[in-house]
Design a protein around this ligand. Structure first.
Ligand SMILES: *Cc1c(COP(=O)(O)O)cnc(C)c1O
Length: 702
């Protein structure tokens, strides 16, 4: 019995469980209340659960066998021949003993209980790590350990978003403090004006790879310095620069401390770009070079991925600030004047009064390899940065998602039934999708939708009870959503350009669509607005007030606190995933990719990934106005929203409700098959990470 518990404990500390539905089921079966209460954190769960009770539970034969099965699969996963091993073999090379690729990001979205992400950027970093492990790449991740993470959203009595910052207990999370041989925590230090700040380091295992997180909550730091890593994307600009110094300079120093021979650094967005300076400083010392020579050397092996198609989205620091933080560093470490230093991030060098240090520009300036995250975004980025012709131009590598992390148990079982246990690793598997009976695909859809609706009802119940509103709310919860109705999902950060309140623009038309009893349709919304984004918060309040409107009630739902777990439920259950950003501001968007393996279909403006993926046989498009200059924003929104209503009324609803005698919407199912056949293989991080490997990493690593 103890052996089974040891297996569970070992499994808990490797985040490969985060894409294993069976693992979740084990904990749900042992005790679902504890599991939810622990926020789906197996380490905390095992700490808190009564040991006698746990013993009794795992005495059940099927549970014991299930755990051992998961454990053996996990061991196999760690050992299995992988993409990178094949490449080594082909090139007759030895496996490197330490990682060679370092990937840095301000956020990592891996699983619910690790609150280290705010949105798509973090989820992408997490998926990059997961797929790198699947492929066996010699990569290591670096980020920050935010003690309070990103906020938990709740809706207050006035119907507004409110924010709660919950302190994490790092000791009870699936991560370990990095210590030396004497079990003393190892420390990385950085210089801030007039003082040294130390950071301890947490390690998270994701399959075969490690993610290191820097944490300034250590005794010897002053109070304000401890709080450098308190929250993600919060506080003032001073905190931001301090976090970025820690990530960039600290990240590089950590790699050196660990003795890793890193051959390429990959900066995911500009937050880590101070790394470029630390690499140069280090190269100057090691190879006895001057600044320009060292810069050239490092430039050749830096990779920068940009995600921001608008200048306003980029971190900018003033000259005054930069001078405070970097004057000594530039003169002592880099042996250049502060003005020379400042020019590395100064977009308009000719403009002597220019006061802005731009982190994306710093990264571009110091990276031979720069890429956008969809074809369209690549074009936008090339125009935006207009790089000199004599250097490599900005390319694009379209984002993806880590399929197993978002595929429902029901869908997984269907693929297992027809494609075999190991469907995820079988090449060209999606070509076989047309062999599946329509009936089975449709059953899977109905089941996925039903599970979402149960989840929504339970969550609604929970929220009503928690807020003391249960007695006042005189609706039968079974009236919340309809199991058989077309279900459209819209969930993402409530950044203004994503237009979260778009469908409500013509309220009468929307009401007419929703109240059609023959072709019922319902919407589930979710998403957080940044605490300082009043407009985004206003959009949320607006949606909340519509959920109370008598003709929309129970057909428009807003789910509190969008995070990875809510996201999973939504992408499992929605028939259609709606996206209506202002083109071309959505660099890629990834949530729409998550519905594909669950048989969901996309309905979107042709922006980001959908601009390259869309064909009528896969889903639907919303017409957008191409030229931003020629039309005012409101007219543009009207044009686009009218296109949205028309497609919904004339194409989506009729296709969904056109049934054969067995009550199967055959045209709809055909679209699901088309989308799986042609899109599932492309819009996944397995393909994406391979592309990073083939285009960039492989030039530097092997
Ligand atoms: C996938 C995901 C995102 C990214 O969604 P976009 O469509 O790219 O905006 C954001 N937040 C969570 C929790 C996600 O799972």
């Amino acid at each position: 019995m103890q052996e089974i518990i040891n297996q569970l404990e070992e499994l808990s500390y490797n985040l490969s469980w985060s894409w294993n539905n069976d693992f979740f089921e084990v904990f749900e079966e042992i005790n679902i209340d504890y599991w939810l209460w622990s926020q789906k954190n197996p380490v905390l769960f095992l700490e808190m659960i009564n040991k006698q009770y746990l013993f009794e539970m795992i005495e059940k034969k099927h549970l014991r066998e299930k755990i051992t099965g998961i454990y053996l699969n996990y061991k196999k996963y760690l050992q299995n021949g992988k993409y990178f091993d094949e490449i080594l073999k082909l090139n007759k090379l030895e496996k490197p003993s330490t990682p060679q690729i370092c990937y840095l990001s301000a956020e990592f979205g891996i699983t619910k209980c690790l609150k280290l992400y705010s949105g798509g950027l973090g989820v992408l970093s997490g998926d990059h790590m997961k797929s790198s492990s699947d492929l066996g790449l010699p990569i290591v991740g670096v980020g920050l350990a935010y003690l309070y993470g990103y906020f938990t959203q709740y809706i207050n009595a006035e119907g507004k978003q409110a924010e709660l910052y919950e302190k994490s207990q790092f000791d009870s999370l699936p991560m370990n403090l990095l210590t030396d041989e004497t079990y003393k925590p190892i420390k990385i230090s950085i210089d801030l004006p007039g003082r040294v700040v130390n950071a301890q380091v947490w390690v998270i295992k994701i399959g075969n790879i490690k993610l290191y997180l820097l944490d300034t909550f250590v005794d010897e730091n002053m109070v304000d310095d401890k709080r450098i890593t308190d929250i993600l994307y919060g506080g003032n600009i001073e905190k931001r620069i301090q976090q970025e110094i820690l990530l960039g300079l600290g990240g590089k120093r950590l790699m050196d401390y660990l003795g890793y021979n890193i051959l390429t650094y990959h900066m995911n967005e500009g937050h880590s770009a101070f790394l470029c300076f630390e690499r140069i400083a280090s190269a100057m010392k090691i190879h006895k070079l001057d600044f320009a020579q060292a810069k050239k050397l490092c430039y050749d092996s830096n990779i920068f991925t940009t995600h921001t198609p608008v200048p306003a989205g980029i971190d900018i620091f003033t000259k005054e600030m930069m001078e405070r933080y970097f004057k000594n560093y530039s003169e002592n470490e880099l042996k250049i004047t502060f003005d020379e230093f400042f020019n590395e991030g100064n977009l308009n060098k000719d403009d002597k009064d220019n006061n802005h240090f731009n982190m994306a520009y710093l990264a571009i300036n110091n990276s031979k390899y720069v890429n956008g995250v969809s074809k369209l975004h690549g074009d936008v980025a090339r125009k935006m940065w207009n790089l000199p012709e004599n250097r490599p131009q900005i390319e694009s590598i379209t984002n993806g998602v880590h399929i197993l992390s978002y595929t429902s148990k029901t869908s997984d079982l269907l693929y297992k039934k027809y494609f075999g246990e190991n469907w995820i690793n079988t090449p060209n598997i999606w070509n076989k999708i047309s062999n599946l009976p329509d009936e089975d695909i449709w059953k899977m859809r109905n089941r996925n939708r039903k599970e979402l609706i149960n989840y929504v009802r339970n969550k609604k119940y929970d929220q009503l009870v928690k807020k003391g509103l249960y007695d006042k709310y005189n609706t039968d919860l079974t009236e919340v959503l309809d199991e058989n109705a077309l279900t459209i999902g819209f969930a993402r950060r409530f950044a203004t350009y994503k237009r979260g309140n778009f469908i409500f623009k013509d309220l009468d038309r929307l009401k007419k669509i929703i109240s059609n009893p023959v072709m019922p349709v319902q919407f589930v919304f979710s998403g957080k607005a940044h605490p300082k984004d009043e407009e985004g918060k206003y959009f949320i309040s607006e949606i909340l007030s519509f959920t109370e409107d008598s003709s929309l009630k129970n057909r428009i739902i807003f789910l509190e606190n969008y995070e990875l777990d809510v996201a999973k439920k939504l992408v499992h259950g929605c028939d259609v995933w709606l996206n209506n950003p202002r083109r071309p501001l959505e660099a890629s968007g990834t949530s729409g990719m998550k519905v594909i393996s669950n048989g969901g279909l996309n309905f979107s403006i042709l922006d980001g990934w959908w601009a390259e993926a869309y064909k009528p046989e896969y889903g639907w498009m919303i017409e957008s106005v191409e030229s931003v200059e020629k039309i005012d924003t409101d007219s543009r929104d009207w044009f686009e929203v009218n296109s949205m209503y028309s497609v919904l009324e004339n194409e989506i609803l009729p296709t969904f409700y056109f049934r054969n005698p067995q009550n199967i919407p055959i045209q709809w199912v055909q679209k699901i098959k088309n989308s799986l056949r042609d899109l599932a293989e492309i819009y996944r991080t397995g393909r994406m990470v391979k592309e990073y490997f083939e285009k960039y990493y492989s030039k530097l690593v092997i």
